[in-house]
Design a protein around this ligand. Structure first.
Ligand SMILES: [Ca+2]
Ligand SMILES: [Ca+2]
Length: 135
């Protein structure tokens, strides 16, 4: 019984202490050629992809784009074990119409892969994204 408790405590220790927290700052710009107004106030979420079946992706940070579609999003995430950096990507929630359309009623989502670079050494510069196009 004591041995079981020891094992459980030991595992908890590994999972809590031995996680690497890394922080990301990413800047970029979104464009919506079909309706320029839809490039502003786009929800930008910085997420850490967690691919194990019992996990959901962790929210590291979020922001909204400015009137010109620019954003800087920043946040920290962690994964178990200190050799295991978070796997950041960006999800955009927007209502930019598809080419040939003038309105979009429901929100659309777009995922962008970003470089896995971390603060304080690196700021990630994300390529400009066209929201009207499906990935
Ligand atoms: Ca992860
Ligand atoms: Ca994680």
């Amino acid at each position: 019984m004591d041995f079981c408790r020891f094992i459980i405590n030991f595992c908890c220790l590994i999972f809590t202490v031995n996680a690497a927290t890394r922080c990301v700052r990413a800047s970029g710009r979104v464009e919506c050629p079909t309706d320029n107004d839809m490039a502003s106030n786009v929800e930008v979420r910085l997420l850490d992809r967690d691919s194990l079946p019992w996990e959901t992706d962790d929210l590291m940070g979020s922001t909204l784009t400015d009137a010109n579609g620019n954003y800087i999003v920043e946040g920290c995430g962690d994964d178990v074990f200190n050799w295991n950096d978070p796997d950041p990507y960006i999800e955009l929630k927007h209502r930019c119409p598809l080419p040939g359309h003038t309105v979009t009623i429901p929100h659309r989502f777009k995922e962008i892969e970003i470089a896995h670079k971390f603060l304080p050494e690196k700021i990630v510069e994300v390529q400009n994204v066209r929201l009207d196009l499906d990935n």
